[in-house]
Design a protein around this ligand. Sequence first.
Ligand SMILES: [Zn+2]
Length: 535
Amino acid sequence: MLAGIAACTLLGTVALASPASASPNNNTVKKLTKAVTVEGVFKHLDKFQAIAKANNGTRASGTPGYDASADYVAGLLKKAGYQVSRQQFDFAYYEDFGSSFAQVAPNPTTYVNGVDYELMSYSGSGVAEGQVVPVDLALTPPRDSSSGCEASDFAGVDIAGKIALMQRGTCAFGDKAANAEAAGAAGAIIMNQGNGTPEANSDRYDLYAGTLGEPVGIPTVAVSYGTGAQLAATAGLVLRIEADTTSEIRSTENVIAQTRQGRTDNVVMAGAHLDSVPEGAGYNDNGTGSAALLEVALQMAKVKPNNAVRFAWWGAEESGLIGSQYYVDSLTEKQVDDIALYLNFDMIGSPNYVFGVYDGDDSAQEGSGPGPQGSAQIEKVFEEFFASRKLPTVPADFSGRSDYGAFIDVDIPAGGLFTGAEGLKTAEEAALFGGLAGEAYDPCYHHACDSLTPVADGADAALYRALGKKYKLKGNVNVFALDVNADAVATAVLTFAYDTSAVNGVPGKTPGKGKGKDKHKGKPHGHKHGHKHCR
Ligand SMILES: [Zn+2]
């Protein structure tokens, strides 16, 4: 660990160099978007890459790479005159280094990861080999399982040192595994529930990816209902689970920076998660959002906004939106009320990009519904920006996979930008944005190759060569997309820094423009989060 620190000191020196070209009066969209250059954004992105390189290749929360990234961001913002606060919090850190699952007896079989089984997130590390003990299974339809949910499920069951076979249903996977561990089991298997019909409810039958939510001490795997039923029916069954994981509580932080000017009862918030996945540097995810937001904040450091602007760099987003949720949960009702809107920037430079704008009015009628009242007006500001550049956009769904979720849940209008992750570009999108149809927006999403050197870090060389023929790429980032999106960030933040009246009716004043119109605040709505099941 010492090596990291030495590196940090070095980084510290470099990190705090004053931002060269912060003009004191970038108080119009024209001036600010001129001051925010893609070169300025890449300066920070390349720092993030250097930090990752100096810290075991990652900037994941709970690792020195994240702490150095936070030092870098906080250092520059403090120097630029912002009120900087660093909000520490604990979270469940998880890293999977590999696993195996096999039948020892009666029929020696090696099960395939991702086909026959999935290691559950926050699974304990180690080897569990032993007899399999079914725990309160409900194999007869309608299969209303509460397997493993009550400690009494283990009463009188000789499970010490053996492997508990449990079934999805009623309580969280984490509770089932923790109860099995408490009963002395050496390992656990949680089969899918098998309720409903395989045709209509395949997600209750098929192999699934699940999370235990919090660290559990025993190796735990998920299997399909079919595999589970087979295991339950096998006499003399001995299985072996081996897992190599890091699953523990670690500390990390959010970096918050607020303007010293502007009304604090109508705060404009803009955020980007600063952490990467453990696997890599997070050059696009989310170096692009973090770097663009930082450069915008630095270039508008001398602006005197009408509304206070609060920038946020979230920690532990990749562990389940933890930092932003922790922040919103820490607010009083008044503090929630004082937030006018929230803008989110997570992945804004995908190599095979689309210009995605969060669909505040749900005009696409896909996925989740509209955002809270005012979100449509946020979307409109972004759309007007792209229209002013004669560039197309596509609606991005509030899928619940980024940090706007906690804000939407407390009825704060939200919006932002997203250039795509593992999804495949459509032919229609390729016609609008160029690039490669049928290929992922970011082929290196959540991989080590999401870096400044994707091919050297394992990316498909032929694919990146083809992308490089279509676009100017710098590492795993599309230079044009990031350049335009950085200006979109600047435009939206500055627009609302002066005037949120279109969103929430609070009168604003934009230098050189008349007073904003009057409107009323809106109604709450429901929303689901994350994409790994927890029960
Ligand atoms: Zn992300």
